[in-house]
Design a protein around this ligand. Structure first.
Ligand SMILES: Nc1ncnc2c1ncn2[C@@H]1O[C@H](COP(=O)(O)OP(=O)(O)O)[C@@H](O)[C@H]1O
Ligand SMILES: C[C@@](O)(CCOP(=O)(O)OP(=O)(O)O)CC(=O)O
Length: 487
């Protein structure tokens, strides 16, 4: 049988402009994909002769205690495939986004490839590898030096979980290719570092990990289990199926909030995004309920998806970059959205005016960036920030908190910085900077953030990540050979 090992990656996102208004189908948001990606490697699990296992094992080897084993069964009355997390040895937290994605995607696959109902799913191993910028550095993080040549470069510290699972044929660690380094040599920066923490305790930087994960996991499962005649990521139809299925799974895991701009950019990359009608998903039964599998396949293949993804409306001048600053604080997007909506519902006229004004700035910003009018960026981004700040004040929500306001105002005074914004829902998450794409400006911004951090006793740093236009893509499996069972 053909080797079905596959690696798929999807980008993180930054909603540069259009937070809140994009939740309303009347409006659009300007979203950029990011160079920080989440990769998922899918491969068969090879067992010794006579040994049969029926598990799907998902691992996130950059975190402690992050191996999730699932059994699966076909539910009667067309309820689809339901997975159940298997526990053995050290108890492992559940991973809601992974589990939900498996329920949706395996149900879809079984519906599209009827043979699966009779023969079931071959056991599979899925390895999640997130680019380093998704999480802030934590001081206690343990890293060991390792090979600098390829993707699987850093060894996780030994954990009790690894001890438990070390005999299993289905748990993988990168093959140990640790080179000998002398004491004075600085270890190479690992492409995928170990964060030295559990996923629950990790400090997210706000790049949209769940959407990138759900999208790459969905694409990896579809590519691994379905023949190319049924799913091909390289075709527009393949992307449409991926987009729809990942949307449904992500919405379900999130509790049906969110405009979906993050999944759209994970699939298609940078775009001007108009959301789908929320009613689209309202009649879909839940996984396991009668009729779920066929309703899901119909919705994914032919539902009335009315979202708009306009890639041609988005561009960047060649010497301009979108960079992200990690502010190392969190923001509660859901409660902020609830407050903004409460204000909007109580003040429809004021809200309509505010949303209209914001939309015109979203359009202006998309235009000046697309048309390469670098000199016009400050005149659009400044007033956009003013309007977002005003929206926050009206709703009693810290969309651009004072601490961020002071920092961005000072940052914008630097030569080479064209504009900045607290993207998406705003708050204390990452800040976005539109700046000249050269070393000199990068140095200035880094120096400024260092000084600002010291003076204000906070931790702000410029991340490596940049805005980029690509969406989901297949990666070269050979670059991930340290994480595969074979090769
Ligand atoms: N590297 C990863 N490995 C495993 N699961 C992940 C990873 N990154 C994200 N997830 C899943 O996504 C969830 C985070 O989602 P959420 O809180 O919505 O963050 P974000 O705003 O970054 O999308 C995690 O709890 C986990 O279920
Ligand atoms: C309020 C929003 O319009 C934008 C939120 O953007 P963020 O980028 O802040 O999102 P999270 O990373 O999920 O917190 C909600 C939405 O459109 O889904």
């Amino acid at each position: 049988m053909a080797d079905r090992t596959v690696v798929v990656s999807a980008p993180g996102k930054v909603l540069l402009a259009g937070g809140y208004i994009v939740l309303d189908r009347k409006h659009t948001g300007l979203v950029f994909g990011l160079s920080a990606r989440i990769h998922v490697l899918a491969q068969e699990i090879h067992t010794s002769e006579g040994v049969h296992i029926s598990e799907i094992v998902v691992q996130s080897p950059q975190f402690l205690n992050a191996t999730w084993r699932y059994g699966y069964h076909l539910v009667d009355d067309g309820g689809g495939i339901k997975v159940t997390q298997l526990q053995s040895g050290v108890p492992v937290d559940s991973n809601h986004f992974v589990e939900t994605t498996l329920n949706y995607v395996l149900s879809y696959i079984a519906e599209m490839d009827k043979r699966r109902r009779a023969h079931g799913f071959q056991p599979a191993s899925l390895v999640i590898l997130a680019d380093n910028d998704y999480y802030s550095k934590q001081k206690q993080s343990a890293e060991r030096p390792s090979s600098s040549s390829s993707a699987g470069e850093t060894l996780p510290p030994t954990t009790s979980e690894e001890h438990v699972s070390s005999n299993s044929s289905s748990t993988i660690r990168p093959k140990d290719e640790t080179p000998s380094t002398t004491k004075t040599e600085k270890p190479p920066r690992p492409r995928f570092r170990h964060f030295g923490t559990t996923l629950r305790d990790a400090h997210k930087t706000g790049l949209g990990s769940s959407a990138a994960l759900v999208t790459s996991l969905t694409a990896a499962l579809l590519s691994h289990y379905l023949a190319p005649s049924l799913f091909d990521l390289a075709t527009p139809q393949g992307k449409r199926v991926l987009h729809n299925l990942a949307h449904v799974a992500h919405c379900s895991a999130q509790g049906k909030i969110g405009s979906g701009f993050d999944v759209a950019s994970a699939v298609y990359g940078s775009c001007l995004y108009r959301r789908f009608s929320p009613t689209l998903l309202s009649s879909l039964p839940n996984p396991g309920e009668p009729g779920f599998a066929s309703a899901l396949a119909e919705l994914v293949n032919a539902g009335k998806w009315d979202c708009e993804i306009q890639k041609e409306k988005v561009g960047l001048p060649p010497d301009v970059a979108i960079r992200m600053c990690d502010v190392d604080c969190g923001t509660q997007t859901v409660s902020m959205v609830k407050k903004v909506h409460a204000w909007r519902d109580g003040n429809p006229d004021l809200a309509a005016k505010a949303y209209h004004d914001l939309q015109s700035k979203v359009d202006d910003l998309a235009r000046v960036l697309r048309e390469g009018k670098t000199e016009e960026i400050p005149a659009v981004m400044g007033p956009f920030r003013d309007l977002m700040r005003k929206l926050g004040q009206d709703c009693g929500v810290p969309i651009e908190p004072e601490s961020q306001e002071g920092m961005l105002n000072a940052l914008e005074k630097l030569d080479g910085v064209y504009g900045s914004v607290v993207p998406g829902a705003g708050g204390y998450d990452a800040a976005a900077v539109v700046m000249k794409d050269d070393e000199e400006t990068e140095k200035k911004v880094k120096g400024f953030l260092r000084e600002w951090s010291a003076k204000h006793e906070i931790q702000v740093r410029l991340m490596r990540v940049k805005g980029e236009t690509d969406g989901v893509r297949k990666e070269d499996v050979r670059e991930f050979k340290l994480w595969t069972h074979c090769c």
